[in-house]
Design a protein around this ligand. Structure first.
Ligand code: F6P
Length: 322
């Protein structure tokens, strides 16, 4: 391999920069050239290529966002779009592509490889932590801590005013952030997309708890929860709990920004370097991950075949401890 391309795609996550840096530095260490592709698959189609050197990835390990920018490209979902992308890769004599992102990113990479014989490796980076083949995705730990910090602050004011707060965290399809912040913040309830939650059930559980003389309460709601998110849930329960002055706080994109935690920087560094190594070993259409603290290679087709399941022992634990 003489030249590797690297891009970030889909929703950004803290630690993407650390992963870009690791890909570049590991490649330079083995005398491989690196071309950064801006704006993910959009830039791959529209020729936004720039050669990286060791200086271009200096001083970025601590920064959130992605210096290569990210985008969601509709055109790349089409065969024509992917054909244009493949032409560009050939034009720049790129032998292999490292794609940093989530399941949408990997689905695109897998198609590009199958249709045009491009070597690809995926590096899992999403705050949702919903990718199988790795215990954690890059950015998850940071998002978790950002959300937790906000929830702790909300708890203080909820307590002072004896209010009920519904705090919405990200997670369109998965409840990793909601479950773990729920446990870590001592929330009364955590509502997860993986579980069918009915508004009546929520009301019943809250009534039970409030009977036990609890004066303030905090419910963490994943944005993809069955009840329709925190705003809708508040509308549906506020009359039943009018004595508590129900309030909503949607944490939103705050969870996607900020400096990555040490854990995310180390994970990103390991996975970025591993991506280069597996390409040099001749692998393609795979994702690199860390499972039980060891590097693991998973075929992309497996990584995109289903969402990672929540740990049911944690769901049970949350019920016991609330
Ligand atoms: O996939 C990461 C994620 O942050 C989800 O949790 C969220 O639903 C989605 O991206 C939001 O995407 P966008 O920033 O494009 O609105």
């Amino acid at each position: 391999i003489k030249t590797i391309g690297v891009l970030t795609s889909g929703g950004d996550s803290p630690g993407m920069n650390a992963a870009i840096r690791a890909v570049a530095r590991a490649a330079f260490h083995s005398n491989i050239n690196v071309i950064g592709i801006k704006h993910g698959y959009y830039g791959l189609i529209n020729d936004e290529f720039e050669k990286l050197d060791t200086h271009s990835v200096s001083n970025i390990i601590q920064r959130g966002g992605t210096t290569l920018k990210s985008a969601r490209s509709e055109e790349f979902r089409t065969e024509e779009g992917r054909a244009k992308a493949a032409e560009n890769l050939k034009k720049y004599e790129i032998d292999a592509l490292v794609t940093i992102g989530g399941d949408g990113t990997f689905t695109g990479a897998n198609k590009l490889s199958k249709e045009h014989g491009i070597n690809v490796v995926g590096v899992p980076a999403t705050i949702d932590n919903d990718i199988i083949g790795t215990d954690e995705t890059i950015g998850y730990d940071t998002a978790l801590n950002t959300a937790l910090d906000a929830i702790d602050k909300i708890r203080d004011t909820a307590d002072a005013h004896e209010r009920m707060f519904l705090v919405e965290v990200m997670g369109r399809d998965t409840g990793f952030i909601a479950l773990e912040t729920g446990i870590a913040s001592g929330a009364e309830l955590a509502l997860l997309p993986e579980e069918l939650t009915h508004v009546d059930e929520v009301k019943e559980q809250l009534h039970d708890m409030l009977k036990q003389q609890r004066r303030s309460s905090l419910v963490v709601v994943a944005e993809g929860d069955e009840t329709g998110g925190a705003m809708k849930l508040a509308d549906n329960i506020k009359d039943d709990f009018s004595q508590y002055d129900v309030r909503v706080c949607i944490l939103g994109h705050v969870q996607r920004g900020g400096a990555p935690t040490a854990r995310d920087r180390v994970l990103a560094s390991r996975l970025g370097a591993a991506a280069v190594n597996v390409l040099m070993e001749g692998h393609s259409e795979v994702m690199v991950g860390v499972v039980n603290n060891a590097l693991k290679i998973t075929p992309l087709r497996v990584a995109i075949s289903k969402k990672k399941a929540l740990d049911h022992t944690l769901i049970d634990l949350a019920r016991v401890l609330r």
